[in-house]
Design a protein around this ligand. Sequence first.
Ligand code: M6R
Length: 608
Amino acid sequence: MCGIVGAVAQRNVVPILLEGLQRLEYRGYDSAGLVVINNAELLRVRSTGRVRDLSEKSADTKGQIGIAHTRWATHGAPSERNAHPHLSRDLIAVVHNGIIENYELLRSRLIAAGYEFTSDTDTEVITHLVHSYYSQGMSLLAATQAAIVELVGAFAIGVVAADNPDQLICARRGSPLLLGVGIEEHFIASDVSALLPVTRRVVYLEEGDVVQVERLSYQIFDASGNPVQRAVQTSEMSNESVSLGNYRHYMQKEIHEQPQALADTLEVACHGHSLSTGLFGADAAAVFAEVDSVLILACGTSYHAGLVARYWLEEIAGIACTVEVASEYRYRTSVANPRALVVVISQSGETADTQAALNHAKSLGHIHTLAICNVAESALVRLCKLRFLTRAGPEIGVASTKAFTTQLVALFLLTLVLAKQRGRLSAEQEQQHLQSLRHLPLATQHVLTLEPLIATLAEQFANKHHALFLGRGMHYPIALEGALKLKEISYIHAEAYPAGELKHGPLALVDSDMPVISVAPNDALLEKLKSNLQEVRARGGELYVFADADTHIAASEGIHVLQMAEHAGYLSPILHTIPLQLLAYYVALQKGTDVDKPRNLAKSVTVE
Ligand code: M6R
């Protein structure tokens, strides 16, 4: 949610800032801006368009120190006046990611002190606060430290002063920020992908850190203001993993990366002859021996992964499982069971609601915590006792695809490990499951061959305004995920229902204008599902059925059947997800939407 880049170098940093912003655009793309210092002056360029518009506008801007920002609006509409950086009296410039909760109070105080506000953002209070201390003679570092003491909320900030062309100050609390270490130059960024063209050597800043960044050195201070050393790490992220290659969109690339992402995620688990509890961390065996239930907390697509896992955990491991939307759980008065394993699932590990839900669970007495996450250095991973890192690689498209399927693999492994620990998995069953998992990347590859057929099918959705998705059992969450993908990137209103629920209300919506998409695996509920599909057809509904080969559902008038391979047992939800991702993608292409950056959304939702 908002991306920050900053640089101090001996060369013109504008191209570095713009390239970094381009790579961070997935975090927010309502507007963008940058500021550099040149001849003791702040040169600011802002644009409500995308980073490419900012590039055009800043063609003549040069400076050897600067900060830049790409925005996802929270306070104040997406407009040029609200775009970052914000300035205070042409002396201080600030970029900010996060939300300042006490900004109204601070704003009134600063207005009374004579500061003029030119935006509707919460960020501008930081700018004037820093100015108020700096103009009293404090160093830029001390002024920033004094300012952030007054802030309630989450922030990652970059600060420069016109009369101090050698220093950039940055700080973080609750929002991610890292320092890039180059050769006689330094950088800051919200995530490492922004810095890959200039350095791979990074310092992941800790909660409360403030850094004085100069061209040849940097000094980190912890939340109490004491100088601290933090390790410099070499990022393994490759430039290729964040570039588009021959694909038209990141979403398409990421859908196609799933066989590899699944293979990478499974690598640690499946290379031996049996599953090890240690996959989830050194303390996992002790923790799993203690737990008597599972509580899953997540948002959006990650929540859907949790919903699938509930079926696996209860059926295979025989362990009670509840799954809650994190933003609801955090405010609900719930009865805590301290023996529950709290599992938080998140691609980014930054999602504010999921973090808050985890903290809430801890405050209720939960001690057994596990993060399933795609970002090793994220806050969520650090907050949990146990961890499983999915190895999906960077996911840039706002619509989550490979993150979801790798989360499902992680949750299936968790199910097997818990089942084994609880004496519910024979050696033979374990081998069978391992074999199915090893086959999964190939099976996924096979599903991807359906792409041309799905692209053709998608043409029939171009003029639709609504769609219904149906599934049953562990494929109901897959229907939910299919509906989320479609609405998120094509803006077609889509709802998902367990197919048996149709006759309790939504059937009233069905007519020839309502496409009904059904996930149809050859499982125990198939015959029931077939009856539900007849109910739709009898009302003139147009059916699009994604059916396993062995379901024997045949195409006929009003029934379009897309044949999948034979039923894949427990792993079927993973395979059935992929055609729905492709469908959403190709419908979005038909509609001409901005697939990777759908309107009003951002990749990491770091605000409440
Ligand atoms: O990073 P997270 O997995 O915590 O993100 C949670 C949701 O914001 C995310 O899954 C969102 O629903 C996706 N954009 C949907 O495609």
